[in-house]
Write a protein of this length. Structure first.
Ligand SMILES: *Cc1c(COP(=O)(O)O)cnc(C)c1O
Length: 501
């Protein structure tokens, strides 16, 4: 290395640091902050004004070269230029959940008060692990957990914590359930491979994943049979509980689902709660999807029995119209949260518990954690729980009408009536479910529709056959939108049959 480069380098670095400091958010850069965020909001608004379908149908092969062409080591030094570039690599071809013909997964359109919350929380950047990194943020999160626990019908001993999503909430619940089970069994960890989790086949796959992460046996998750509506059958659960007892397999948790991801059906919570109470089993209710019923003005009764659970998963980012991420695990008995408590001298020493300093990290699996609760707080303060519930109710009404529309259409068959807002159905070639091209026609219809960009729908399998799925979460989706998407799907399926014949 020559002496010249060794002296020149620090000078250039010093120049860079001075330029870079202009990008730090603080009291001297507020003009840049205002301008930059306003430009971002304007860009998104222009894009949303322009969007005429939920998706452009771009393929990974078409998009990847545009993303790859960006030289990450050559900054643009200008937010406007970076936004213009972002339009090309992302915004133009993004998947837009606000569009009324986005009918695929459990992604909701978001409410503006929550977007306001998102902007505030990331600027202040509180971290919810400890009081000394969040102050009021901790108290706001605690109020919202208490509020949710109240809506569930839990008593004053309840508690919980915000998480990144339903999968994380389910994992957390099952960790607590596992520890409680081992505790009840005298703390003998050699029993770990014998523990069982009972869930229905319509439950969420995060239950299986959690069992693996929790070191349970590969066959630890036992599938409890369901009825024709894909609801867990109480007699089948009773039989399974009895079999596990006989075989000396302690049931660490029964996972009921309030809103299955595919069928939108709700397990019979009062019956399941009764059985769990009798067997001394932990009842976890996965209400990631159905939690919106907690604020529904007309359908709260569908969750009757949820108050008898030991733990509940709620995903505000599904049926509370919140941006990703926003979820919580709520438990009936705050004491069980101790199973996730560790004290680090540098962060949350045990003496802080005696000093009654509220450190949420004592209850969380995460350490540094977003103040996602702020989005829900502003949503409740601006539009109120009834407003959120009214939006969800409108979605459920629309889903019921959509069910009737498809059920009456001879081109399609429907699996079951959802209690929430999904619709699993398939196109029947020549009205024949056993037609050899039925699977191919439905797979093709879904892919061709997405490629056209006119609408996005999901798919799933039922008894090994390919079905299509609508997940409605947008009150702006009309019955006319649904009728139009059905016609498009039928058209693609018919084209497939003609081409294959
Ligand atoms: C979506 C969903 C989950 C997972 O939630 P994420 O927020 O996607 O992690 C769990 N359970 C059910 C029933 C769901 O619908």
């Amino acid at each position: 290395m020559s002496p010249r480069t060794s002296t020149a380098a620090p000078t250039a670095a010093a120049g860079n640091a001075a330029t870079a400091r202009a990008h730090l958010f603080n009291s001297r850069t507020l003009d840049a902050y205002r301008e930059s965020l306003a430009a971002g909001v304007a860009t998104v608004a222009e894009q949303v004004a322009r969007v005429d379908g939920p998706f452009t149908g771009v393929t990974p092969q078409q998009l990847a070269p545009r993303v790859d062409a960006v030289d990450l080591d050559r900054p643009l030094h200008d937010p406007g230029a970076a936004l213009a570039e972002l339009e090309q690599v992302y915004l133009r071809d993004a998947v837009y959940f606000h569009h009324p013909r986005y009918l695929a997964h459990l992604n909701c359109p978001v409410v503006i008060p929550a977007l306001l919350g998102e902007a505030v929380l990331s600027a202040v950047n509180s971290s919810l692990d400890t009081w000394d990194q969040s102050a009021g943020g901790t108290l706001i999160e605690r109020r919202l957990i208490d509020w949710t626990a109240g809506r569930i019908g839990f008593g004053p001993g309840a508690d919980g914590v915000f998480t990144s999503g339903g999968s994380q909430s389910n994992l957390h619940a099952l960790l607590l359930a596992r520890e409680e089970a081992l505790h009840r069994l005298g703390g003998d960890r050699a029993l770990l491979p014998r523990l069982r989790v009972l869930a229905s086949a319509a439950g969420h796959f995060s239950v299986q994943k959690s069992a693996k992460l929790l070191g349970l046996a590969p066959d630890a998750v036992v599938t409890v049979p369901t009825d024709a509506d894909r609801r867990m059958r109480p007699e089948a659960l009773a039989a399974e509980l009895e079999r596990c007892r006989r075989e000396g397999r302690p049931v660490m948790a029964v996972v009921a689902t309030a809103g299955t991801t595919d069928f939108g059906t709700i397990d019979p919570l009062p019956d399941l709660a009764e059985l769990c109470e009798r067997a001394g089993a932990w009842l976890h209710v996965d209400a990631a999807y159905g939690c919106g019923l907690l604020v529904s003005p007309t359908r709260r009764h569908l969750l009757a029995g949820i108050e008898r659970a030991a733990s509940v998963t709620v995903d505000y980012h599904k049926s509370f119209f919140q941006p990703v991420s926003s979820s919580a695990l709520v438990v009936a008995d705050a004491a069980v949260l101790r199973h996730a408590t560790y004290h680090a001298d540098y962060l949350n020493p045990a003496r802080m518990v005696e000093q009654r300093i509220p450190n949420q990290v004592d209850k969380s699996l995460q350490t540094t954690r977003r103040f996602d609760a702020l989005k829900l707080w502003l949503t409740l303060r601006v539009m109120g729980a009834d407003g959120v519930g009214a939006l969800f109710d409108e979605v459920l009404d629309r889903a019921a009408d959509a069910h009737d529309l498809v059920a009456a259409d001879p081109r399609f068959e429907v699996v079951t009536r959802s209690q929430l807002s999904t619709l699993v159905f398939r196109y029947l070639p020549a009205g024949d479910g056993a037609h050899p091209l039925a699977d191919g026609a439905n797979l093709h219809a879904r892919a061709a529709l997405a490629a056209s960009g006119a609408a996005v729908v999901a798919g799933t399998t039922v008894e090994g056959r390919h079905f299509l799925k609508f997940t409605l979460l947008n009150p702006e989706t009309t019955l006319a939108d649904i009728a139009e998407v059905l016609d498009l799907l039928a058209g693609h399926a018919e084209a497939f049959l003609t081409d294959t014949a």
